[in-house]
Design a protein around this ligand. Sequence first.
Ligand SMILES: Nc1nc2c(ncn2[C@@H]2O[C@H](COP(=O)(O)OP(=O)(O)OP(=O)(O)O)[C@@H](O)[C@H]2O)c(=O)[nH]1
Ligand SMILES: [Mg+2]
Length: 415
Amino acid sequence: MKRVILVQRNCPTNGESKNIRKLIELQDLAKSANYKVIGDVAQTRRPDRKYQMGRGKVEELALMVKELGADGIIFSNQLSATQIYNISETCKCEVIDKFQLILEIFAKRATTKRAKLQVELAKFQYELPKAKAIVSLLKKEERPGFMGLGSYEDSYEQDLKSRISRIKKELAGVQKDSESQRLKRHEHGFSIVALAGYTSAGKSTLFNALVDEDVHVEDMLFTTLLPITRALNIRGRRVLLTDTVGFIEDLPHWLIDAFRSTLNEIFLADVILLVVDASESPDIMRQKLDTSYNTLWEQIKGVHIITVLNKIDRITENELKEQLENVGYLAPNPVAVSAKSGLGFDELKMAIYGQLPKWQRDTVSLPMSEYGMSIISWLFDEGIVHNINYKDRIIVDFEARDEIILKAGMIEKKR
Ligand SMILES: Nc1nc2c(ncn2[C@@H]2O[C@H](COP(=O)(O)OP(=O)(O)OP(=O)(O)O)[C@@H](O)[C@H]2O)c(=O)[nH]1
Ligand SMILES: [Mg+2]
């Protein structure tokens, strides 16, 4: 296990609680990537172009690396190629930033072709702005081994660009497939519900409990990388529930970009269950909800949102009440649940039902024949049959989406 020191430059305008929260999150990320954290260093100042922190502080850091025998340094702040180079020269060890760390976690979790492509795309997009600087640094310093670049050429940047466009094309193919599948699902009367929210909020646990599945759950960040979908019946309505990748604060645009095809599962849903860990402090919960909204906001016009306050088995009723007051405007349609114990599931299902695209209620009169019976079984498949009255004709009182009602009306006229 690699031993690392965490470093964070705090912005002078940030509050203390934000600084602490970010450092704790960096610790969690490092653990999730299988690093052993052996120390941390923080400094409050404006960014330094060459070293990110003050040069003196980096020299202190170099001493600490030596004394503690650290294998590497992980920065909370995004580093430029020059900064990575200068810090690793001074400290004589490997230096990465939080975003490379996230990429490492993603790379570890990626098992399918699509996930691998997404991670690769994110990696290249992360490297692209650094490419020029790296090449010129390497030329100046004659250090071809730096950042894993065995040999380099001026075409490095060009090479990255062409790889990025190749992967994008491949991913677009995958995306088209999933979009046409989605259309088909809608045609078959399914509504689509997506689980979204901060990493470790409990999305996969809730998914497993609702659809009786066994998706991987762990007390780690970014356990889920690829969406998974299962059918679920909610008060007679057929729903497809999708579990998705978690959000994190400062998620850079290139990462969102790379995971666009995954995030589309959320953007194209009929209803979003925005899951949040209600057992955390009010400050952290509000921040995580805020981050989730920032990630979703632009893309989800018209999608209904249900805020799921999860893990209530860990808090008292009073604490829950406080949490609800605390997030008020950020939490439309709040429902409190425990994905672990099943508490609140009935309310959650009611809430989902209430937000599904509306179906109409209608009656049809059908002939008392085999043909009539076959239409009834079709109505059972496609909608909710509330009542059947057998007289000289069969009168069916049912509920379904518009197309079905229209078709049923035509059948009635034709007979
Ligand atoms: N006590 C308690 N723990 C929960 C509950 N729901 C989830 N957890 C725990 O929270 C941790 C994270 O759960 P996951 O379901 O993996 O979270 P996730 O949102 O899918 O996380 P990512 O896939 O990383 O985005 C696990 O250790 C779960 O056991 C709950 O209702 N109560
Ligand atoms: Mg998960």
